[in-house]
Every structure is written in structure tokens, then in C-alpha cells.
Design a binder for this molecule. Structure first.
Ligand code: ADP
Ligand code: ASP
Ligand code: MG
Length: 422
């Protein structure tokens, strides 16, 4: 008998029929003798619907008061889907109970809308499991030390599931979603994308951080830190397929580099449409510039990603960086009103129509010329590279968003990812 955590995403929970299907699948696992904890997301579209309602009443604000209410609101989506799943499980003849994050409790810090899990008390859940119950725990949410409801950032149910699996030392955490595993790139953008049977934890971490939304990055961080065995698989297979077959399907996240993985230089291509570029032009080229521009940006809690500073001409340099779309207007305002007048820079310009495309692979460590192949492919497609950023196992470029699909498809072919794995 094993302790297994299942996580089901929004599409998998998208209708009463799909919830019933989830319940039947979970029942199959429970009847095979496993202790089951299930972590559902809100039904698809629900989180957006709720946040949209808030936006109709008041424009988004970064104040703690406003953000707190967003969490109070958004957390209801998972509360509803969890109760519905427990009802469906009961209808399947199982003893099932659902808990919200604060009932468990899942303790987090107080960073509303992007809280981090600090600890999980598993006593209550363990007692239920010992009593033969299937336990459903809301994804995406927790409670801070003052009793305020928090949420973990978009896609956060993945993190809830892996954190619960880590806290309970579960035998495996299975992330059921609307694709049948982790692909070489988003299969909705590149039809030739291929499913990976395994992906190393490090590659998955890079892919998630570079925009592959199949897993929230913090879930991968948790899996790595606590060595949680984790698999991404489809919730759309017939619920009654053979359990052993299901347990081997999808993509396994591995913690050891095996030989097979070393063969592929590039394992995957990630992209992110969610960033915008800001350039501060004509900055006096003196020591401390980066700090004087990015210091106030960091103080305003705005995350910065790719940064470049060009060579100065006549003692003036241009300084560019990317931020999340959601912070774009705030960052522009801040730079125009505070930073530019103090620095004596010429002007601030922005471009929200960019995207970041990244190639990822642990094979890049031991191969030279991978980045230059990327640049060649983009130049052959006449795509202008605006910014470049590299690390040991990835190279990212910022390009005009209208070339996103063209760039990803060309790179996918150039790095031999269209071909079936050996
Ligand atoms: P869920 O609601 O189950 O959490 P998400 O929408 O958050 O599902 O994540 C699954 C989606 O991630 C897929 O439908 C797919 O479009 C997208 N995706 C992006 N990159 C990849 C990738 N490399 N492999 C698989 N899916 C990917
Ligand atoms: N419901 C939340 C969201 O839409 C969390 C999740 O689905 O993982 O972001
Ligand atoms: Mg998700």
C-alpha cells in the first residue's frame, strides 16, 4: 500500500462529467489499496472569472488590502471544486472528505497572490487516511500566521500537491493535466512537439521558469528540495485503463542524469509572452547606474528578468530590461517620474510586444556552439534578436512577439526535436 497524491488541473475538473471521471479514477487507485490525497484546481475559467469580477469593481491595485481580498475571492474556486470532488467520490461509494487550505492547515507567508508555503500540518489528514478516507485538499491556497487566506500564484495547485506530497512523504505525486506529459515544447504551438518519457529536474526547473506553464516553477523547486517522485500525465485517458499502465504513463521528472538524456543537446524549448521590455536611453555612463535604475524598481517589488546595457557613446549608455506585463505600466511610471529626472537620462521607452524564447538542455554543458546555432536559425528566418541571456543549461533571446511561433518551430526542427526519440 502506498500513499499517493493526485493533482487535477482546471480543465480536468472543468464540468460535472469530468469531475465524475476524476472521482472514478481516484476510486480505482483507492480500491487498489492506496491511501489517496487529491488536490484539485478550480474548475477551468473560474479563477479568471472571479478575478475579472474584482477588476470590474476596482482596477487592480498593489495595496495589501486589495490583494488580500483577491486571495479571499480566488480561494473560493478551489473550495467549490474540492467539495464537488468529495461529493463525486462519495457517490462512487468511497468515504471522502474535503478540506480547505486553512482547515489542514497549509501555512504560508503573507505575500498575498504569491504566498510561499512554510509548513503543512498533516495530522488531521493522516488520521482520516488511517480511517480509510480519501482526503481532498484545495490547491492554490493557504493561511498566514494571522489567519488571512493566501494564494500561491497562478498555477499554484501544482505546488500545493507537491508540497503536500513532500510533507507527508508520499510515495508519488501524480500531476494529471490536459496533455499527456511534458513535451519538447508546448504542443499547442508546435504540433510536431514530442512527449518526453523523462525530463531531468534541472531541465524542468528551467523550462518552468522560462514559461512552460505545464508545471508551476515552485512545484518543481519543492520536488527537487524534497526529492518527491513526480510524474505529469493525462487526465483524459479512460478512467478504467489498467492502473499499472497509467502509473507508467506520461513524463517522469528524474533526479539523476541518465545516459539517454545526455544524448539530446537541447531537450526543450520554452517561451514566455508575459514580459515587456523597458529601455532607459541616454544614461550618463558612470558607476552605480544599474543600481540607480534597478534599485527603485526592486523596492517597488517589481521583478526584473533579462538585462542589457550597451557600450557607451559620448559618455551615454542605453539600459534595457524586461518585467512582467502586469508590472509594465507601474515600472514605466516609476522610471519616468523618479529615476529619469534624478539620473539625467534622456528618456524611457517601452515595448510590451516582445516575447522570450529559450532553448533548454543539460547537454548544453558539454557542447559548444549551441547558442550560435540558435542565433543562426533565427537569422535565417530574418528574426531580429533584441536581447540575449545565457546560463549553463539554457540560452534565451528576446524577440518581437509576432515571430514567436516561427522562432519556436524553426528551433524545434534545427535541434532535432521533431524526430521521434531513439
Ligand atoms: P492544468 O490546468 O492541468 O494545471 P495548465 O494549463 O496549467 O494545466 O498546463 C498544461 C498546459 O501547459 C498544456 O495544455 C500546454 O498547452 C501547456 N504547455 C506549455 N509548455 C508545455 C510543455 N513543454 N509540455 C506540455 N505542455 C505544455
Ligand atoms: N486555479 C488557480 C489558477 O487558475 C490555480 C491552479 O489552477 O493551479 O491559477
Ligand atoms: Mg497548471
Amino acid at each position: 500500500m502506498a500513499l499517493i497524491v493526485h493533482k487535477y488541473g482546471g480543465t480536468s475538473m472543468g464540468s460535472p462529467e469530468r469531475i465524475r471521471n476524476v472521482a472514478k479514477r481516484v476510486a480505482k487507485w483507492a480500491r487498489a489499496g492506496h491511501q489517496m490525497v487529491v488536490v484539485p484546481s478550480a474548475m477551468s475559467g473560474e479563477t479568471n472569472r472571479l478575478l475579472g469580477l474584482a477588476g470590474e469593481l476596482a482596477p487592480a491595485k498593489s495595496t495589501a488590502e486589495y490583494q488580500r481580498e483577491l486571495d479571499m475571492l480566488a480561494a473560493t474556486g478551489e473550495q467549490a471544486s474540492s467539495a464537488l470532488l468529495a461529493i463525486a467520490l462519495q457517490a462512487e461509494g468511497l468515504d471522502a472528505i474535503s478540506y480547505t487550505g486553512w482547515q489542514v492547515p497549509v501555512r504560508t507567508d503573507s505575500s498575498y497572490t504569491k504566498a510561499r508555503i512554510e509548513s503543512i500540518d498533516d495530522q488531521r489528514v493522516r488520521a482520516d487516511l488511517a480511517g480509510g478516507k480519501v482526503v481532498v485538499i484545495t490547491g492554490f491556497q493557504g493561511i498566514d500566521e494571522d489567519g488571512h487566506i493566501t494564494t500561491l500564484g497562478r498555477g499554484g495547485s501544482d505546488t500545493s500537491a507537491v508540497a503536500i506530497a513532500a510533507a507527508m512523504k508520499a510515495d508519488e505525486c501524480l500531476i494529471y493535466t490536459d496533455v499527456d506529459g511534458v513535451y519538447t515544447t508546448d504542443p499547442r504551438v508546435v504540433p510536431a512537439a514530442r512527449r518526453l518519457h523523462t525530463v531531468s529536474f534541472e531541465e524542468m526547473l528551467e523550462m518552468a521558469s522560462l514559461g512552460s506553464k505545464v508545471l508551476q516553477i515552485r512545484s518543481v523547486e519543492f520536488a527537487g528540495k524534497y526529492k518527491v517522485p513526480m510524474r505529469v500525465l493525462s487526465s483524459f485517458t479512460p478512467w478504467d485503463i489498467d492502473l499499472a499502465e497509467e502509473a507508467q504513463s506520461g513524463t517522469l521528472i528524474t533526479f539523476e542524469e541518465d545516459e539517454k538524456m545526455e544524448k539530446a543537446v537541447v531537450s526543450g524549448i520554452a517561451f514566455n509572452r508575459g514580459e515587456a521590455k523597458i529601455s532607459v536611453l541616454g544614461v550618463p555612463d558612470t558607476p552605480g547606474i544599474a543600481y540607480r535604475i534597478l534599485g527603485p524598481v526592486a523596492e517597488a517589488n517589481i521583478e526584473v528578468d533579462v538585462i542589457i546595457q550597451n557600450i557607451s557613446k559620448d559618455g551615454k549608455a542605453d539600459f534595457s530590461f524586461t518585467v512582467n506585463h502586469s508590472d509594465y505600466n507601474r515600472a514605466l511610471d516609476l522610471l519616468r517620474t523618479k529615476v529619469v529626472p534624478e539620473l539625467g537620462a534622456q528618456e524611457v521607452v517601452g515595448d510590451p510586444h516582445i516575447c522570450k524564447v529559450s532553448i533548454v538542455g543539460i547537454g548544453m554543458r558539454s557542447h559548444v556552439g549551441v547558442a550560435s546555432t540558435m542565433f543562426r536559425v533565427l537569422s535565417q528566418e530574418n528574426i531580429n534578436i533584441q536581447m540575449i541571456s545565457t546560463s549553463e543549461i539554457k540560452t534565451s533571446v528576446v524577440i518581437d512577439e509576432k515571430y514567436l511561433e516561427l522562432a519556436v518551430r524553426a528551433l524545434h526542427t534545427a535541434f532535432d526535436l521533431d524526430k521521434p526519440a531513439e
